[in-house]
Ligand binder design. Sequence first.
Ligand code: CA
Length: 431
Amino acid sequence: MSSRTDHFLDRTHDPVIQSWVASANDPCTDFPPQNLPFGRFRLDGDPDWRIGVAIGDQVLDLRAAGLVDHADMHRLMALPRNARRALRQSLSDGFRRNSATQTPWENALHPAHAVVLGLPCRIGDYTDFYVGIHHATAVGKLFRPDNPLLPNYHWIPIGYHGRASTVFASGHNFKRPMGQLKSGDEQPRLAPTQRLDYEVELGVFIGQPNTAGEPIPMASAEDHVFGLALFNDWSARDVQAWEYQPLGPFLSKNFASTVSPWIVTMEALAPFRRPFARAESLPRPLPYLDSADNRARGAFDVELEVCLQTAAMRTAGQPAVRLARSNFADAAFWTVAQLVSHHTVNGCQLQPGDLFGTGTLSGPLPEEAGSLLELTHRGQHAIALPNGEIRTFIENGDCVELRGSCQRPGMRRIGFGPCAATVLPTPQCAA
Ligand code: CA
């Protein structure tokens, strides 16, 4: 284990750990015993959500295993960091091969395919950031070729308040939204969006709250973060272009966002930290957004992919095709800790279950774009799919799936699980 992360690692990260849950030892699983992400599930016919931990192709019911005495995810997320680490330790020890807990825990285990996975928690407030500097530059160029980044970008983590009620769990399909569209000199009209797009993002889930009026300093910012999940912040680009001035996006962004069901904890991500650096020519962050720890290890090395399966591909039994891949650390101009400190600098209160979207995480290369807006240059260059279909924006029946994983030599690979949704036609009566 390298010195850059040593003091964050403990025995739960040991890559040699094998589990009595056989599928957790498969090198391809997203959920080896080194991951241990939390989510919510329910059993067929039971309306109550339970807290689960993913292990291989199984889900452990945390209360049935005797590890908690409630099913309140917010309460679990709000645990102090030490208590979270202790719970992770108990899970890791209990899943180890030859553990004495095998027999009692086997009764608390359910095959993942036999349970319903929901949102990982009830989402309180949702804030959408814009940390992807290559995305911000590429999109800025489409509108302002000579001046793609506005002057505030290098100083402020740009964000706006979104809406939590239409953040859906993976697998929740949604109807193509209606909106006001306007082209050229014509009058605006109401119609189904013709420029439906995805945004490859990570979701940041808040755990411990702060008191209203009390900013969270950089030194303790990550104590307030429970973990990360995949996040597709669907966007209607034509609606957005007409409505966004002067107050920013509104209905173009709040019809659906898709989040993966498992929160990969900050503890699980510890081996995959990276230094956070900026080009010398760029301004240093203001002191309230800076710390030695953040510079040394504030970024996270998360590989991201976005895949598309059209209705025709699904009918023909063809798998989803990858449209782009990128990496959180390469894409982001601000770290998770900086988002927390900035969000609270004015005294804003964060609460367990609050969600931040990072913003679209496009890499520096054109083929690493995290949205179709960038990949197709605002719809000017269609993408050819292997089966002969073409796409500029998302069509009805298309399923968009995000994938995420962390790997590093000498450590066990961990993944984020599924984050997928299919776009359904707008109902006839609305169109
Ligand atoms: Ca977004």
